[in-house]
Design a protein around this ligand. Structure first.
Ligand code: NDP
Length: 398
């Protein structure tokens, strides 16, 4: 008897993770069906994806593009997908009635409200959009427990930890989680050289091919910082028990050390289709389409301590995570704007941590107390505005 396909909605289908998810779904035909797709501006690719997957619903950010798509869809034979647009569109796709699971693969805290919507509707979450857990980890985890919804990590490090933790019965038996990091393209540069790096250099990740924002975050090590906070919420683990190790080959995706000194690691190719597939099919494991790891071709695996001085973003993330409350939401939003400013060459690479530190310092003086969805959204907006102001007054960066 054919298994019933798991029905999945995707936010960010035209992005790096979204495109990989479509490949996984094509490979797992009969096991997985993508029923709803949301994208931002890339309406032409979304149209191709509609022809490929024949979803029930789609959404785009802009109304004009959505109109273009509607006209194209009229030419389709058979059942036609419903078209939405704007932030409502994201929510419609996130809560799409026939979907059992939502893959969150849009960038930034824009993923927060739709993720909460999906949880409210009882959908399991395949979580790539780490910024959601950074900004509102406590709230999202609490809602997931309340609605009995599973959050399955897609981020390769967390997917690795999730797999390793399966072999450990009691949380007290875990000594620490060890997140591996490639170190990005600049790990061997001197601090003085880091000041001169260009956008195109920062966009050349040594081991992974990803969207622009996460690639810059990998170069500053902010990505690892965001992942430390993500791990705190996914695995309910104290920050003191979450370490980062630089592992330039990106073969070990992360590790768990147990109290008796054993280390459990997950290894695999640097291909996001593997963690996406595992999240889609969990708890089952099915044959994948990519080549397995070839140990004999690997050469050596090396490890280094992260340099907090050269890469202050990692330290800032630990600080914000430990501070808790609204601090991670502020850090995350400020980082989104600072990365955009670097990509458009308004600030330099090493201005990113400077801007973030300034915003966090101001945040401590301005904010206190409340921690609900409304205050998270307020803090997110406040941080974005602060960064824009700092950047428009460049002298304050020095
Ligand atoms: P990309 O930039 O490649 O893709 C982002 C996707 O989100 C695109 O489909 C884009 O649409 C869409 N999008 C962006 N903003 C909006 C919006 N406001 N409304 C609707 N759609 C929107 O990003 P990645 O795939 O690299 O990353 C996605 C998330 O996954 C991030 O949170 C990242 O940290 C995380 N992640 C990514 C990994 C990777 O390997 N890429 C690995 C681990 C985690 P369009 O292009 O049509 O404008």
């Amino acid at each position: 008897m054919m298994p019933v396909a798991r029905r999945i909605a995707v936010l960010g289908s035209t992005g790096s993770i979204g495109r990989s998810a479509l490949e996984v779904a094509a490979h797992l035909k009969g096991e997985v069906k993508l029923v709803a797709l949301a994208a931002g501006k890339n309406y032409r690719l979304l149209w191709k994806q509609i022809l490929q997957t024949r979803p029930e619903a789609v959404a785009l950010s802009g109304s004009k593009q959505a109109l273009w798509l509607k006209n194209k869809i009229k030419t389709l034979k058979g059942k036609k997908p419903v078209v939405f647009f704007g932030s409502r569109g994201l929510e419609e796709i996130a809560g799409w009635k026939s979907a059992q699971m939502l893959l969150t693969s849009i960038v930034g805290s824009a993923g927060l409200i739709p993720t909460l919507k999906a949880i409210e509707k009882g959908k399991d979450i395949a979580l790539a959009n780490k910024e959601t857990l950074v900004a509102a980890g406590e709230l999202v985890s609490r809602e997931a427990v309340r609605r009995k919804v599973k959050i399955l990590p897609v981020d390769s490090e967390h997917n690795a930890l999730f797999q390793c933790l399966k072999g450990i019965e009691k949380k007290q038996e875990v000594k620490r989680l060890i997140l591996t990091a490639s170190g990005g393209p600049f790990k061997d540069l001197k601090a003085t050289e880091l000041k001169k790096v260009t956008v195109s250099q920062a966009l050349k990740h040594p081991t992974w091919s990803m969207g622009k924002k996460i690639t810059i975050d990998s170069a500053t090590l902010m990505n690892k910082g965001l992942e430390v906070i993500e791990a705190r919420w996914l695995f309910n683990m104290d920050f003191k028990k979450i370490d980062v190790v630089i592992h330039p080959q990106s073969v070990i995706h992360s590790m768990v050390e147990t109290v008796d000194g054993s280390i459990l690691a997950q290894l695999g190719p640097t291909d996001m289709r593997l963690p996406i597939q595992y999240a889609f099919t969990w708890p089952r494991r099915l044959k994948a389409s990519m080549r397995p790891l070839d140990f004999l071709a690997l050469g050596s695996l090396t490890f280094q301590k992260p340099d907090f001085k050269k890469f202050p973003c990692l330290e800032l993330a630990y600080w914000a995570g430990e501070k808790g409350g609204l601090a991670p939401a502020v850090l995350n939003a400020a980082n989104e704007i600072a990365v955009e400013a670097f990509l458009s060459e308004k600030i330099s690479f090493m201005d990113i941590p400077v801007v973030l530190r300034k915003v966090l310092m101001k945040f401590i003086k301005v904010f206190s107390g409340k921690f609900d969805l409304e205050s998270i959204i307020y803090a997110d907006k406040w941080a974005r505005k602060e960064v824009i102001e700092f950047i428009s007054n460049q002298r304050s960066l020095k």
